[in-house]
Design a protein around this ligand. Structure first.
Ligand SMILES: NC(=O)c1ccc[n+]([C@@H]2O[C@H](COP(=O)([O-])OP(=O)(O)OC[C@H]3O[C@@H](n4cnc5c(N)ncnc54)[C@H](OP(=O)(O)O)[C@@H]3O)[C@@H](O)[C@H]2O)c1
Length: 409
């Protein structure tokens, strides 16, 4: 087993104590873990499932701006729901040093829906399990009006909620974890199911075949791949049409422009950029002196080379570009960074993550920002002129990207 096989997309190691304690407490009390969080849905129970009227730049996504991921219609921006157990019981942490009460995470999701967001991204690995549970709870009562996307592909011990290490996309494993996902998400179908990372042991034809079975059963409606190799995209698509590829893409990491986006365009596959705000870097809240303290899985940036003290000062040149253009477009840096992504292709749907309703509302305002062709060309050139120092991910996580699945035996 290689080092990267003991980690997930963000280099998660075995799950933490907090989560085990929660599950143990749940087992002792004989209740589902989500019931241990106090009054989690009370904040949202008064939330109307009917979206309010549109207003420009106010952080509302009108239905007229929906986008297509393959044949799946979604809001032009989604919400990333990636939380891990916090040090404090009843709270959740993101991967970037923020902690909120679990009921605040639920309120965030409900607010996103009220503001026109219909796409919610999560994964089995986020927690593990915790994020799917929060999403499932938050979407009660509005389930039929939203699109849930989640991901499988790593190996976990369900009793311990702990990473076993390694990827696992064997067809029987996929079918097994989908049953558990449906329970956590409190639904009877997953709108868009991604393979989180290519399994180097399993032909993609076998993976797509398993998904096809799940689609025939109505348990999965559409499927996608995250960070796959190019030939793997083509081979999967030949078995059953892919709805979306989910890769890192932002002004800070433009790798998909080389070959992934052209393949998506050619095959009619949607594209969902993860870390569209460059893990917060593009929002103007990080400077050359920012240091990220190690905090287990609660501060991922501490292990990312491009945020290391020797890389940050040079990389700040990109933030200057973002800030200059944000001013020019009467926008905030976060809005500018998201609007840039939206402007690249009409089938791109970013899924920014946040722990704050104010940031959520700000981010949704990006959909109201447009560029002329000349502006976009000028901005693209300015972004391209900044050489970024340091890799986008730690080596063990990088090794799992762009992997080609083995050929069928
Ligand atoms: N497929 C994959 O392998 C993969 C990998 C990573 C992530 N993802 C998905 O992609 C989603 C988004 O990516 P991400 O969360 O890694 O990165 P991101 O969206 O690029 O950045 C999130 C960071 O930006 C900050 N932020 C958001 N809006 C802001 C604003 N308006 N002003 C200032 N700061 C702001 C957040 O802090 P605050 O909480 O303070 O707002 C947080 O620290 C995740 O939630 C997850 O669903 C998928």
């Amino acid at each position: 087993m290689t080092q990267n096989d003991q980690q997930d997309e963000h280099g998660h190691g075995p799950a933490n104590l907090q989560r085990r304690q929660l599950l143990a407490s749940a087992a002792i009390l004989g209740v589902a873990p989500w019931l241990l969080s106090a009054c989690a849905s009370s904040a949202s129970s008064n939330t109307s499932p009917t979206a309010p009227a549109q207003s420009a730049r106010s952080g509302f996504l009108p239905a007229s701006q929906r986008r297509m991921l393959g044949t799946l219609e979604v809001s032009s921006l989604g919400l990333g729901c990636q939380w891990v157990p916090a040090a404090v019981e009843g709270s959740v942490s993101d991967r970037y040093g923020s902690t909120i009460e679990r009921k605040a995470a639920i309120e965030l999701i409900r607010t996103a829906f009220d503001r026109g967001v219909t796409l919610f991204d999560t994964a089995e690995a986020y927690g593990p399990y915790l994020s799917e549970e929060v999403v499932g709870e938050a979407l009660q009562g509005i389930r039929d009006q939203v699109v849930i996307e989640t991901k499988y592909g790593f190996s976990f011990d369900p009793q311990q909620a702990q990473a076993r290490g390694g990827r696992d996309s064997r067809p029987e494993h996929i079918k097994q974890v989908v049953e558990a996902m449906l329970k956590r998400l409190r639904t009877d179908r997953i709108d868009l199911l991604y393979q989180h990372r290519v399994d180097p042991q399993v032909p993609i034809e076998d993976v797509a075949g398993a998904i096809k079975d799940l689609i025939a059963e109505g348990k999965v409606l559409h499927y996608g791949l995250s960070e796959p190799g190019i030939q793997t995209i083509r081979r999967a698509h030949a078995v059953h049409p892919l709805a979306a590829i989910q890769n890192e893409y932002s002004m800070l990491w433009r790798g998909p422009e080389t070959d992934v986006l052209p393949v998506c365009e050619e095959l009619g596959i949607g594209f969902v950029p993860w870390s569209p705000l460059g893990m917060g870097f593009l929002t103007g809240t990080i400077n050359a002196d920012t240091r990220f303290a190690e905090d287990g899985q609660r501060e991922f940036r501490a292990s990312v080379p491009r945020f290391a003290p020797d890389a940050l000062p040079a990389n700040m040149a990109l933030v200057e570009v973002v800030e200059t253009w944000a001013q020019r477009k009467d926008a905030t840096p976060a809005q500018l960074a998201l609007a840039w992504l939206l402007a690249q292709k009409p089938w791109i749907v970013p899924i920014p993550g946040t722990t704050k309703i104010a940031h959520l509302e700000e981010n949704l305002g990006a959909a109201a920002i447009t560029f002329t062709d000349e502006e976009l060309a000028e901005l693209n050139a300015a972004v391209a002129a900044v050489p970024i120092q340091g890799d986008r991910l730690p080596p063990a996580v990088m090794q799992m990207s762009g992997v080609e699945a083995p050929l069928p035996r």
